[in-house]
Design a protein around this ligand. Sequence first.
Ligand SMILES: [Zn+2]
Ligand SMILES: [Zn+2]
Length: 313
Amino acid sequence: MSDRLQLVFIGTGASIPSPRRRLCCLAVERDGEWLLCDCGEGTQFHLSRNSISPGKIQHIFISHLHGDHIFGLPGLLATMQMLERSQPLTLWGPPELATYIHWLQKHELLTLGYPLVIEQLPLGAVEQRQAGPFAVTSAPLSHRIPCLGYRLQEKEKPGIFDAPKAEKLAIPFGSERKQLQNGKAIVLADGRKVEPAELVGAPRPGRSIVFCTDTRPCIAGRGLAQDCDVLIHDSTFGPADKNRARQTGHSTSTEAAKLARLAGAKQLVLWHISGRYTPEEEEAMTKRAAAIFPAVLLPQDDLNLQVPRRMVQ
Ligand SMILES: [Zn+2]
Ligand SMILES: [Zn+2]
């Protein structure tokens, strides 16, 4: 089993698709299983360009019901049906998401033969659930309509087993080594007691991905992002358009950078970029953000980011 955690930025734009940026979708892979955050128009087509099979998607998290985040969802669900999916799919989102999907089903606009589980998350509180390998925290963001941010938190991994030392101590292969790796002391046939700390390193922290869009900078977003590995944050506008950001319930790139710094995030991804900016203007936005928070990235569509585990001190 690999320890891979990768992000694919399927669609990084805002509101209207453009030749340079598609609409909102983030794909996350952990050990061959995929999940999506948001599903903008054309998502299924762009997934196939990235060789991501719809059959491998187990969970889809929806932030809110603006079209640039969900218009790709019915088509993707229908394609899964056409591909004769049989395994369940779980949709996560605000309660209106269930209303929307049930309306499509009631009017026979969407007919699914596979189990579709819709997890409705509260709009007024922080909620914690489990989704596959991730503990998921959702929290209400600050947008024009109800909107949820998500934190996907991996479990910690046991420390590294010191095989050469085990060899030296003549620890037999099999159950004894397994017990030590599981944190239990063992007593060998010759009476020696071996503690796990002698052979197993400190646990390796799980990685965390935070998805905060669409939103103004807010306390809930900061709470989700606390000490995270990757923060993907609304950065619809550049700093010169801060009034527009405020009026429309979005953030600027510098506001996102300030929040990343306050939260102690390890990496910031500027996200949901307005199509009004030229590549040169986007570069200037990134530089302004980097002056506040150096580990910043403004990705192009289809960029792939590997998320390494933090080194244990
Ligand atoms: Zn949007
Ligand atoms: Zn929106």
